[in-house]
Design a protein around this ligand. Sequence first.
Ligand code: IPM
Ligand code: MG
Length: 378
Amino acid sequence: MSTHRIAWLPGDGIGREVMAAARVVLDGLELDAEYVPGDIGWELWCRESDAFPPRTVDLLKGVDAALFGAITSKPARAAEAELDPALRSQGLTYRSPIVRMRQLFDLYVCLRPCRAYPGNALNHREGIDLVIFRENTEDLYAGVEFSPVPPELAKVLEALAEPFRAFSHLAGDEYAVSCKVNTKKGSERIARAAFEFARSRGRRKVTIVHKANVVRATDGLFLEEAKKVAADYPDVACDDANVDAIGMWLLKNPLGYDVLVAPNLYGDIVSDLCAQMVGGLGFGCSGNIGEKLAVFEPTHGSAPRHAGKNKANPIATILAAKMMLDWLGETEKAARLDAAVAAVVAEGRVRTYDMGGDATTMDMAKAVAEKLPVAAGA
Ligand code: IPM
Ligand code: MG
């Protein structure tokens, strides 16, 4: 039996190509793993009305970790239009599989390291080494949404919230409501994960990202809980910043920041910004981590227009595989993978289109596999 059982979820779009590339590198490391393929993706929505079917949910219950490529997500009406005609008009709604997966398995930590590999011409600045802890299950991603707005809800809002009077004259189909739901528990545990990480890795500071000056209830709660956690870590510096300001400050002074902790949506946005500063989405990797399961993925989407062209940069997925190795306790293999990526980037000979070159997805995978340092004792 293999040491690790890993769910293999390519998804759709460029997901398939970048996963095949990551596999070349994992095989180069001779990871002792069983890779169990799982059905997930846009085509399953179109055919079966479920992009993340129960059989894949079951698969995830019996694995140590999962590696996930990418899945196309479309707004509700566009999704309905692509559904098999036999399945239309049944009120089926598309919800992003990765968002569902995060909630179903309580993968509450979204860990997104953004480190500039030395010599990458795409670096915004050399030396950037940021780590984002994004809350991954609640906030504006809670899925509590109304469009049209039912009259019962409008009545309650009118009775309870004075500012709602500005909207109460509208018909239900003239507006929409998305609820931002943040809990004390959810805010506390993501903050604790960020501070624990900072302490154990000798990181100097955690910055709490919010917009508590305007979004008083939910962001106020997030900030308060995170500050309570900070008090337990006097050895780690802590500051906080509004999400708009942090966008500006990160760009201006990226070396002044270290670990960032944010509610779900701000974390989503800030992590794209940080990825761009270290080479773009071709370098952004991500771990969705819970107590029992962790799912690793590139931060980028399925990029349908690049699909099937063997041109997408697989480094983000290769780095997601590195995060998975660390999580599985395969730290020596993780370090070798990291050294190989660093060597390929520093050499600058093999570059995909986003890096200004014409290497294919597979060229890049092979280049990384070739640079894997020999295992200690081998
Ligand atoms: C991400 C992505 C997802 C998100 C999408 C694909 C639903 O942008 O992982 O950052 O919004 O979380
Ligand atoms: Mg995102």
